[in-house]
Design a protein around this ligand. Structure first.
Ligand code: BJW
Ligand code: ZN
Length: 243
């Protein structure tokens, strides 16, 4: 493992363009449960895949709104972990490094990364499900609260199953991953499309694709290197070896 880490660090040290694709495992050590982790307490009776859909919101708007309100509070209290901070450090050492995240928690930005491509939106933003306006404040009288402009239900500004990803974010992600010499794929199960196809695009374009995860995923057999371990330990270790 230690010589593999050194080899990966050497690749990173030589690279001009590095893309980093992150998933929920990136924030696990900040105390944010991953998407496919068992939920705790009241929410253990629900499957996230069943809540993160427009159909669930139409059927049970109160349940879906309250689930996101609970997660918003959790993320608000969470802090970036050593893995997030290592990527900020790495960004200062590589000529062009771009993080593309599936996470909706904003922890990369809070760690100090100026530009992050968010493929699945951001939990901390709220929009109107009818007129699409971004809404900053609302009264907590109803769950979900109503838009003051059009009376539509408010919802989190995230991408649910069956919804399109933000066009610009996806276009930029494809460009960046397609042009990268090294791609780090951190803490994602690789089950959700189209994000799951990005590492394969990098491989097809000849990039050195490094997967960092606790457990193997469908990408692992194709990855150029698999670094097993928590992102909050592997990433700082990797950056230390760059010198
Ligand atoms: C650690 C760790 C540590 C833990 N260190 N590692 C092609 C084929 C089949 C289906 C489709 C297809 N194209 C589109 C679809 C449909 C669908 C889809 O992909 N379905 C699959 C489930 C089969 N995709 C969509 O609907 C997308 N829209 C779209 O494509 O529009 C056009 C279209 C629509 C319909 C049909 C065809 C085309 C939208 C996807 C939106 C995903 N949204 C969510 C919810 C966001 C809001 C919220 O958070 O509530 O995004 S779903 C959820 O999954 C969330 C995540 O960003 C995403 C990915 O999850 P992630 O990050 O990989 O987390 P986990 O929990 O799965 O894995 C954690 C990993 O970390 C694990 O591997 C752990 O081992 C690891 N780990 N601790 C390192 N410390
Ligand atoms: Zn509205």
């Amino acid at each position: 493992m230690s010589s593999l880490l050194t080899q990966v660090a050497q690749r990173l040290g030589r690279a001009q363009r590095v893309a980093v694709l992150t998933g929920a495992g990136m924030s696990a050590e900040s105390g944010v449960p991953t998407f496919r982790d068992a939920q705790t307490g009241f929410w253990s009776r629900f499957k996230p895949e069943d809540l993160a859909t427009p159909e669930a919101f139409a059927r049970q708007p109160e349940v879906v709104w309250n689930w996101y309100a609970w997660r918003r509070e959790l993320v608000g209290k969470a802090e970036p972990n050593p893995g997030h901070r290592a990527l900020v450090d790495l960004a200062t050492r590589v000529p062009a490094l771009q993080v593309v995240t599936q996470n909706v928690d904003g922890l990369h930005q809070r760690a100090g990364l100026a530009r992050v491509i968010e493929l699945h939106g951001n939990l901390m933003r709220t929009i109107c499900s009818r007129c699409g306006r971004t809404v900053e404040t609302w009264t907590a009288e109803a769950s979900p609260p109503r838009c003051l402009t059009c009376n539509g239900w408010l919802r989190p500004d995230v991408v649910w199953f069956g919804e399109s990803l933000p066009h610009d974010a996806l276009t930029q992600a494809v460009e960046i991953v397609g042009a990268a010499e090294v791609a780090l794929v951190v803490g994602t199960s690789g089950l959700v499309e189209p994000a799951a196809s990005l590492p394969r695009l990098a491989l097809a374009r000849g990039a050195f694709v490094v997967e960092i995860n606790l457990t193997p995923t469908p990408l692992t057999p194709q990855a150029s290197a698999f670094l097993a371990g928590p992102a909050g330990e592997v990433l700082p270790d990797l950056v230390t070896r760059l010198a």
